[in-house]
Design a protein. Structure first.
Ligand code: ZN
Length: 510
């Protein structure tokens, strides 16, 4: 045995613990009765402490030193060298984060989340305010512990999207706003109700599930190595590439909710199911900071896969030209008077709305920018928690031309801040940008791809994504991965071109 092998065996044990943590989280969000929350919190805390103590132990440090000396001459581009560098990075950061701080965040989390849920129901920002103030203070402490050069946001986003900074995001956001805001104005001016409201009818939930299963399988999700359940907040989580769980939620009066959540989560699942088997139980499928077993390069990279399959494939005209017949066969009465074109238009209607999770492709990134800009301002101390509702409402007016009638549909709508998840929101936008870049590159490299997709061949695209993205697990950072696959780093132009092209056609804006 070499030192590298010994380290690898130790990392594999951490990985197993992360998988068990994932399993407990899946159960908590999809199966567990509400009363189980307190004891589940304790179980998660115990297991997470155990995993961290193994990871930051002196023995891990000794093995890391020895393994680094041992593979000094190895190709720096090899998986082995990359796994070692990532383990070292994560080890140094984890050592800098005081156990007490993690404990205080973990202890405050469940109560803060419960207070938030009640405050949201009762439209009572004042009740949530003291918890948000504490969570903000803890996040500032966390940012100081992780360390940063320019902005505390840089430290926090490092947990989700290593390499991204507040300064880079400002440039990205400015580019997006410059073209999305005028596009949205033109859409609003042209918007008219569709001739038929498809969502007035009732859609049987069991039949909705059949459609979700069928569509997820169609794009390549392997149900021999995964399953679909329901959850109030849909998510994907995996234990290894051979056991990938996806969830969706159902509304009898709104078929797109279950359908597109299923396609979205299946898109996450395709990433995990197509990671190279040799990366299982290694550092290249482990997020040591978040203590997740996860194979995607970053949160943004994971969103790239889910958004590509949900939006660019699942919400395309070609997709429904081909598959509307199946939806109609399952819902013959509800969809009797509809056709593929109407269905396509009904699942792509764009308009300013108050709620992020219900937003369309055009407005979605505006909701994200608003949140990220608020987080940056809070962390800088440019605004106080007291100013939050007013600041939120002013930005909603600027970006979407809407005045939230209450905080429930404004600043209180998202759960993220209640458990201290600062720095996470921009990953959704990064994913959208990457998805457009990836599909544009795939089309440029395979001139017949559009024809294949239009004929229902999703395997060709899946194979290309596997070869260029999925199989590498966490071996590359977002920018490096993108550059290798598409020839350039993060670039907003393909997303903006895609949105302008699609919506100019949909709303006849020329
Ligand atoms: Zn997602």
């Amino acid at each position: 045995m070499t030192a590298y092998d010994d380290l690898r065996a130790r990392i594999a044990e951490c990985h197993d613990l992360f998988c068990i943590l994932n399993m407990l989280k899946w159960d908590m969000r999809a199966m567990m009765p509400a009363a189980g929350a307190a004891s589940r919190g304790a179980q998660l805390a115990t297991l997470s402490k155990l995993a961290k103590s193994i990871f930051i132990s002196d023995e891990t440090a000794r093995l890391l030193d020895a393994a680094e000396a041992e593979i000094e001459s190895a190709d720096p581009d090899s998986y082995k060298a990359r796994a070692l560098r990532q383990t070292r990075d994560a080890y140094e950061i984890q050592r800098r984060i005081p156990a007490g701080l993690v404990g205080r965040m973990a202890a405050l989390g469940p109560e803060s989340e419960a207070v938030w849920a009640r405050a949201k129901d009762e439209n009572d920002f004042a009740a949530f305010k003291p918890y948000l103030q504490q969570m903000l203070a803890l996040n500032i402490e966390l940012a100081e512990a992780i360390g940063y050069a320019d902005h505390p946001f840089d430290a926090l986003i490092r947990q989700f999207e290593p390499g991204m900074t507040a300064a880079q995001l400002e440039v990205i956001f400015a580019e997006l706003k410059a073209r999305i805001l005028p596009l949205l104005q033109r859409i609003v001016a042209a918007d008219a109700p569709l001739p038929l409201d498809l969502w007035e009818a009732e859609y049987d939930l069991a039949t909705q599930k059949s459609l979700c299963l069928e569509m997820a399988a169609l794009i390549g999700f392997d149900f021999e190595r995964g399953r679909l359940d329901s959850a109030p907040h849909p998510f994907e989580i995996s234990f290894t590439r051979d056991d990938v769980r996806i969830t969706t939620r159902y509304d009898a009066n709104y078929l797109p909710m279950s359908l597109f959540a299923a396609l979205h989560e299946a898109g996450h699942g395709l990433y995990e199911q197509n990671i190279a088997p040799e990366l299982t139980r290694t550092a290249l499928t482990a997020d040591f900071l978040g203590q997740y077993a996860v194979g995607g390069a970053s949160f943004g990279a994971h969103e790239f896969s889910s958004r590509l399959w949900e939006n660019q494939i699942g919400r395309s005209r070609e997709f429904w030209r081909l598959h509307f017949g199946r939806a109609q066969a399952l819902f013959p009465e509800q969809l009797a008077a509809a056709d593929a074109e109407l269905f396509y238009r009904a699942v792509n209607r764009a308009r300013p709305s108050l709620i992020r999770v219900e937003a369309d492709e055009v407005t979605y990134n505006l909701h994200i920018m608003l949140r990220a800009e608020i987080e940056m301002a809070l962390l800088e101390g440019a605004i106080a928690v007291d100013d939050l509702p007013e600041f939120w409402n002013a930005k909603m007016q600027d970006y979407l031309g809407l005045a939230p009638p209450d905080d429930r549909r404004g600043v209180l709508q998202d759960v993220h801040w209640s458990f201290g998840g600062f720095g996470n929101f921009p990953c959704y936008t990064i994913g959208n940008i990457m998805a457009a870049q990836a599909l544009a590159a795939a089309q440029a490299q395979m001139p017949d791809l559009a024809a294949r997709l239009a004929a229902g061949d999703y395997q060709t695209l899946l194979a290309w994504l596997t070869e260029n993205f999925y199989r590498h697990g966490r071996a590359y950072g977002t920018d490096e991965l993108l550059t290798r696959a598409t020839g350039e780093g993060l670039n907003t132009a393909p997303l903006l071109d895609y949105l302008e092209g699609k919506y100019t056609d949909l709303y006849d804006l020329n």
